[in-house]
Write a protein that binds this ligand. Structure first.
Ligand code: F6P
Length: 548
């Protein structure tokens, strides 16, 4: 993969961007009454309306050309075929295999049929989940399990947590799932206060089984169990683990029969579809978990087989590049108009920023373009009363994805119509804006004096012409949640491929971990800290004094 700046389409897009500088999205609608219909694509139960973008047919055709010139076709094939596309770790990238086990028989990677491994792990998960649900799995005092606590962090935490929350309407009411991630003792302490060790099972999720936060919390959970009266010999009734490092998990004290495997070919942030998703399956049942996988599989098939012009992840990825690299957009917002999706922006933030926050091309040379933007967002309508002001009148261009189910799981009076109306009106307001004349007329009609009109009207001007995508689905279900998350996974891959980076390693997080260990050692021992910067020295001294 080379720098995208060397592709002819990149140069063409540069001059096209200049040609489009004065073209408004609104004028594109006026010119083409069919625009809303034509700028639409469907997959996995979702409809993407991308008509409210600063793009015409020429833009889309150049973006598609860029996608082709970046080698997308081969990149997609290489991922699905299990080539070692994570070159710095020499690994295949096969989260797609995790959702293919039902529909496909074999996928041989490095001599192994990985789908057999996936199927056998799903069967192991099914046994565990069934035993928990039907009361066969019992605690040390022979009581039925009522609470499961997932301990993990990063990819071994956020995806399962966000999906379990998104599937709240499908949750079983006889078992509760809790999540602990932070090494901050308040996280686990506050959860444990709610629980009874006799009826609690902990699932320790860590691909490496070497992550500081997870091991600390797992130790705290075990100490709590012992303290609550669980005999050492019965600890295994209260602990399961998910890891690709079985040896380390066993060494830690996990019973081998309670360890669920995962594999090097699943990246942490792409792992909710593996046994890392066990907390989801516990919360909603295995049938629903399979539906989640089916939804993701539907998006995989769409991504693999659909021409780029109608391919949701490709269209969204290419438009993202258009704004990041040709309009200098530094961030991208995800605004779900659904309470159950309120935490989804955080998962996509982790997925995208850990994947595409890169400064090197695959061959190790430095990038020549901006890469991954800051991904952020939160639920509408809440955000309208907070950060939407900046979306409308701030100086930065922030493309938005609005995400909304057409129906609700909780009809309350007219709430859902109001919610949906707000979603559409935000997209409309971003595009249309308000001119000075409109602001002046509005003020005059409200009885303002000419002096007031002059003073206030400029503050009411909203430039408009701000782009957004609209993603709609009939209903939030395990299937549509699965396809939505897979859509964003592939969008991330599309962008990483265009930028020419490896979206599947994360070397940047290592330095902080190493320095963290060094500083921890200085906090708990008498050390000479002279060689550190003065700011860090002072904070270490303050900590020691406060905790002496
Ligand atoms: O520190 C980053 C990271 O390596 C993530 O990529 C990963 O999901 C997370 O830590 C947790 O890692 P593990 O599952 O090995 O505990």
């Amino acid at each position: 993969m080379s720098s995208p700046t060397h592709h002819p389409a990149w140069t063409a897009l540069r001059s096209h961007q200049a040609d489009m500088a004065d073209v408004t999205i609104q004028s594109l609608f006026t010119q083409d009454p069919e625009r809303a219909k034509r700028y639409q694509a469907n997959a996995g139960g979702w409809t993407l309306d991308y008509s409210k973008n600063r793009a015409n047919d020429a833009t889309l055709s150049l973006l598609t050309q860029l996608v082709r010139e970046s080698g997308m076709e081969a990149a997609i094939a290489n991922m699905f075929n299990g080539e070692h596309i994570n070159n710095t770790e020499d690994r295949p990238v096969l989260h797609v295999a995790l959702r293919a086990a039902k529909a496909q028989q074999s996928l041989i990677v490095d001599g192994v049929n990985v789908l057999d491994e996936v199927r056998s792990t799903l069967a192991q998960m099914e046994t565990f989940v069934t035993q928990l649900h039907n009361g066969e799995w019992r605690g040390y005092t022979d009581k039925k399990i009522t609470d499961v606590v997932s301990i993990g962090i990063g990819g071994s935490y956020l995806g399962p947590k966000v999906v379990a929350e998104a599937l709240t309407p499908y949750k079983r009411d006889d078992i509760k799932v809790h999540f602990v991630a932070n090494i901050d003792g308040s996280d686990i302490s506050e959860k444990l206060k709610l629980l009874n060790a006799e009826t609690t099972v902990f699932i320790v999720s860590s691909k490496s089984f070497g992550t500081l936060e997870t091991l600390y919390n797992a130790n705290a959970a075990r100490a709590w169990c012992i303290d609550q009266g669980v005999p050492e010999s019965d600890i295994k009734k209260h602990f399961a683990a998910v890891s690709s490092n079985v040896e380390k998990a066993v060494k830690f004290g996990m019973a081998e029969e309670n360890i669920f495997p995962m594999w090097d070919w699943v990246g942490g942030r792409y792992s909710l579809w593996s046994a890392i998703g066990l907390p989801i399956a516990v919360a909603v049942g295995m049938e629903r978990f399979y539906e989640l996988l089916d939804g993701a599989y539907a998006m995989d098939e769409h991504f693999k087989n659909t021409p780029f012009e109608h391919n949701l992840p490709v269209i969204m990825g290419a438009l993202g590049v258009w704004y990041s690299n040709f309009h200098n957009a530094q961030t991208h917002a995800l605004i779900p108009y659904d309470h159950f999706l309120r935490a989804m922006p955080a998962h996509i933030q982790q997925l995208d920023m850990e994947s595409n926050g890169k400064a090197n091309l695959v061959d190790g040379s430095g990038v020549e373009t901006d890469t991954g933007p800051v991904i952020w967002g939160g639920a509408g309508t809440n955000g309208q009363h907070a950060y939407h002001q900046l979306l409308h009148q701030g100086t930065r261009l922030i493309p938005v994805d609005f995400i909304a189910p057409l129906t609700t799981h909780n009809p309350v009076a007219d709430h859902h119509a109001q919610l949906f109306a707000n979603c559409l009106s935000q997209a409309q307001a971003l595009m249309v804006g308000k001119t000075l004349e409109q602001a002046e007329t509005e003020l005059r009609q409200a009885g303002a004096s000419e002096e007031q009109v002059k003073a206030i009207a400029p503050h009411k001007v909203i430039k408009g012409n701000r782009p957004s995508n609209l993603l709609l689905t009939d209903k939030l279900t395990p299937f549509t949640v699965g396809s939505l998350i897979a859509l964003y996974e592939h969008r991330t891959f599309v962008q990483g491929t265009i930028w020419g980076v490896n979206s599947f390693d994360q070397w940047g997080v290592e330095l902080g971990k190493v320095l963290g260990t060094d500083i921890y050692n200085r906090l708990v021992a008498d050390t000479d800290n002279q060689e550190l910067d003065a700011s860090t020295q002072a904070a270490i001294a303050a900590f020691k004094q406060a905790n002496s």
